[in-house]
Design a protein around this ligand. Structure first.
Ligand code: ADP
Length: 380
């Protein structure tokens, strides 16, 4: 599990990340979404221990990265942004080099490298120089470097950036397969690239967390419309006329005609109602055959844009005021804690005094009783 608690990273007066809090639970695949410059790499670099937070705490698998950096680093496989590979090494040499860096014991190293190569489908190119590989394969090598030694947690910074759509799908499938026995934290600036594989999405903007939710809820809570992508076989060109038959439909937009003469449309509707059922019934009535009907990824992208676009930009003065208020609040809390400790100490002294007094009195009474008894004994 990764716990990020009140973490801030400042460069001079600039907040790259400001007071962020979130958790990535064991076995989850969590997406970290934000525009370029939002603070994703900074956060990931802090979790992996490459840079130190200005304030706050990061706990990985129960260990505070500040106190146990080696222990934390051994739990994490990190794929940094931009696939930094050593181009004069072969694929196998690079992964072995990463295994050395991770201090995988010599006797297990060969096996660990072999396993990482297999898991990322690099067997055929393992003896090729990394510089000769396509972008997609380079990305796989970088992934292999992250998973070698089977770390519990994988942190992947923009793993699909610069890939063509086919490569994106391949890498996505690979990451999904890692999710079965790893905790995965993966960043992206493009929502559709990660929404399909993530259990949860954390949205960061201008250094602050603006939403933590499932991809589905994220869309539901931020858009006031549903957009369906529908592909139909519609010989009589009736599909657009369905707008007047289903009340919830606001708009039907023609997108393209495919080679097989099927037509693709985007159907925009009010979000409260799932109009898929009604639309299907109307299509049957009009002899329209639905070949495909799915929630459009555009609407998810809209949700994300809405979340970050509506956010207020703080002036430097406001930022300083917020920081000042926070510092005052911290001082106040410290002062209260000190007062409480003082009060506890006072109480303890008081109780100790009372205990001693009671002890003294008990002794005195015991002595008196003894003397009385002796007197009585003497008189008899
Ligand atoms: P992302 O990964 O989301 O694109 P980054 O975490 O790389 O964003 O950067 C967040 C912000 O912090 C950006 O505005 C960036 O310019 C700034 N930043 C990052 N590293 C440094 C640094 N070493 N010095 C100054 N500013 C930095």
């Amino acid at each position: 599990m990764i716990e990020v608690k009140n973490v801030t990273k400042k460069y001079g007066n600039f907040y790259a990340v400001r007071n962020i809090n979130f958790e990535v639970k064991d076995g989850e695949i969590v997406g970290f979404l934000g525009r370029n410059g939002a603070g994703k790499s900074t956060t990931m670099n802090m979790i992996t221990g490459f840079i130190e937070p200005t304030s706050g705490e990061i706990i990985v698998d129960g260990y505070n990265i500040d106190h146990k950096p080696k222990k934390v680093k051994s739990q994490i496989g990190y794929m940094p942004e931009g696939t930094p590979l050593y181009s004069d090494l072969t694929v196998k040499e690079f992964i072995t080099y990463m295994a050395n860096l991770k201090m995988i014991p010599r006797k297990n190293r060969k096996e660990a490298v072999k396993k990482a190569i297999e898991e990322t489908g690099l067997e055929k190119v393992q003896n090729n120089l990394t510089k000769s590989l396509s972008r997609g394969y380079k990305q796989r090598v970088s992934l292999a470097g992250a998973i070698v030694g089977n770390p519990k947690i994988l942190i992947l910074d923009e793993p699909t950036v610069g890939l063509d759509p086919k490569q994106v799908i391949e890498i996505r499938e690979l990451i999904k397969s890692f999710g079965k026995d790893h905790t995965v934290f993966i960043s992206s600036h493009i929502l559709p690239e990660i929404n399909q594989i993530c259990d949860k999405i954390i949205v960061i903007d201008k250094g602050e967390i603006v939403a933590v939710d499932t991809p589905k809820n994220l869309e539901k809570n931020t858009t006031d419309k549903t957009v369906l992508k529908v592909v139909v076989d519609d010989m009589n060109n009736k599909f657009e006329s369905l707008k007047s038959k289903v009340d919830e439909i606001k708009q039907i937009k023609f997108v393209k005609e495919n080679e097989d003469k099927s037509k693709e449309y985007l159907v925009e509707a009010s979000s409260e109602n799932d109009i898929r059922r009604k639309l299907s019934v109307e299509c049957v009535n009009e002899n329209i055959i639905i070949l495909e009907m799915s929630l459009s990824e555009n609407s998810l992208e809209d949700a994300f844009i809405k979340l970050v676009e509506d956010r207020k930009e703080y002036s430097q003065k406001e930022v300083e005021k917020m920081q000042y208020d926070r510092e005052i609040e911290e001082l106040r809390e410290e002062e209260n804690k000190r007062k409480e400790e003082k009060e506890n100490r006072k109480q303890a002294i008081k109780e100790e005094k009372a205990r001693k007094k009671a002890e003294k009195e008990a002794k005195k009474e015991a002595k008196n009783n003894k003397e009385n008894n002796e007197d009585k004994g003497g008189n008899e």
